[in-house]
Write a protein that binds this ligand. Structure first.
Ligand code: GUN
Ligand code: ZN
Length: 419
């Protein structure tokens, strides 16, 4: 299963062939995809691995995840701010220990792969060594991973609070060390407006201007108490999102998690600046943050895709995230909601997420030229999946069954493009 060029249209071959081989740089990429019957004659000496009853699909792309929050999953709180204070910040302070970071990074990547996620845009912590731990491990496994050191020089406790000048120096050092190395990328990572001084946001924006192909990642308008806090800090800003705009932090390859409590002017600003939203429905439901407005997003046409937001999010599994997104589409802010099609949900977590990250044509799909990151799904992985998927009368029915009933057991194998 893959997506037609420039569309969320899923293509499924009952008896398909995926041809993989090295590109000019020696990296394994897709050479061809289509029906076995039509393609096999063009590749007569191909070594073919038969996968009867299985589905090959693009590896999933997670647009927003915190690798240091593995152990924070499932920590209940009244809302975002007490959750940060009581669970997240204390836990992230442990990443001053490089050994702890390395162990967590290994576990984190194992968990991504078990769940079929082959590309992620990830927060590390404010400790520069936490970036080295994650990107070092991703490099060993040949993963496409984008990550950044969190910037948080205020309203943050000892143990995670950084120093303004040093944080910016560290960010630039990490950009030069990691960005564009093998399949790795760097993201300038101001945590969110309340945790960053004006000087730190200004410095982040200046780096974002100087390093145009580096990513920017942050959070915006997730929770009403957070929005009110930003209003106190910046009474003259038109909106929370506008604060990032004032510091030059809205641009292509800038990705903001949540984007819940925003208005159409914000949506237009996202559209006009090429800024993307990372929609994180399991996190928003768990922390009681609110609902991403799919109807408004479609109307205004800015870039967005799906994300787990572990550990506010409750699962690494893209199937959990897609199902939660479906619920949110139905019950979200604008009534009546939308009944998102399964192929749309799947696209938002693969090719659509890749497009929002500026990685279209590289990951998230299996069109010729894409890096060969893919999953092998077993639609009979559980008795109920087997019962349900054998009755699917259309591709929509099959994909919906996988989204609703699927979890890590559905991912029989995750294959990463070698070099
Ligand atoms: N806002 C600032 N930091 C965080 C975080 O770690 N998780 C979530 N969900 N929101 C945040
Ligand atoms: Zn987050």
């Amino acid at each position: 299963m893959y997506f037609a060029a420039n569309s969320a249209q899923a293509v499924f071959e009952e008896d398909g062939l995926l041809v993989v081989g090295p590109n000019a740089e020696g990296r394994q990429v897709v050479q061809a995809i289509g029906s076995y019957q039509s393609l096999s004659k063009d590749w007569p000496s191909l070594a073919v691995e038969h996968l009867p009853g299985r589905i090959i699909a693009p590896g999933f792309v997670d647009m927003h995840i915190h690798y240091p929050q593995l152990d924070v999953i499932g920590s209940p709180a009244e809302g975002l701010l007490p959750w940060l204070e009581n669970y997240t910040f204390p836990h992230e302070s442990r990443f001053s220990d490089a050994g702890y970071g390395a162990e967590s990074a290994t576990f984190f990547i194992d968990e991504l792969l078990r769940n079929g996620v082959t590309t992620a845009l990830a927060f590390a912590t404010s400790h520069p060594a936490s970036v080295d731990a994650l990107l070092g491990e991703a490099q060993k496994r040949s993963l496409r991973m984008i990550a950044g050191k969190v910037l948080q020089d205020q309203n943050s406790p000892d143990g995670v609070r950084d120093l303004t000048e040093q944080s910016l120096v560290d960010t630039e050092t990490l950009i030069n060390k990691w960005h564009g190395v093998d399949r790795l990328g760097y993201a300038i990572t101001p945590r969110f407006v309340p945790s960053c001084s004006e000087a730190q946001l200004r410095g982040a924006g200046e780096l974002a201007g100087r390093y145009a192909d580096v990513w920017v990642q942050s959070h915006v308008a997730e929770n009403l108490d957070e929005v009110a806090w930003v209003k106190q800090l910046y009474p003259n800003a038109r909106s929370y999102l506008d604060v990032y705009g004032q510091f030059g932090l809205l641009r292509p390859r800038a990705v903001y998690a949540h984007c819940i409590h925003i208005d159409d002017e914000d949506r237009a600003l996202m559209h006009d600046t090429g800024t993307a939203a990372a929609v994180s429905p399991t996190s928003n439901l768990f922390l009681g943050s609110g609902f991403f407005d799919y109807v408004a997003a479609e109307r205004t046409g800015f870039l967005y895709g799906l994300a787990s937001d572990v550990g506010g999010g409750t699962s690494f599994s893209p199937f959990s995230t897609m199902l939660a997104a479906y619920y949110v589409g139905r019950e979200g802010q604008t009534k009546p909601g939308v009944s998102l099609k399964p192929a749309q949900l799947w696209w938002q977590h693969t090719a659509g997420a890749a497009r929002a990250l500026g990685l279209e044509g590289l990951v998230g799909n299996l069109l010729p030229g894409c890096e060969a990151d893919f999953v092998v799904l077993n639609p009979k992985a559980t008795p109920l999946l087997a019962r349900k998927t054998t009755q699917s009368a259309s591709l929509d029915e099959l994909l919906f069954a996988l989204i609703v009933l699927g979890d890590d057991r559905l991912i029989e194998k995750t294959v990463i493009s070698d070099a």
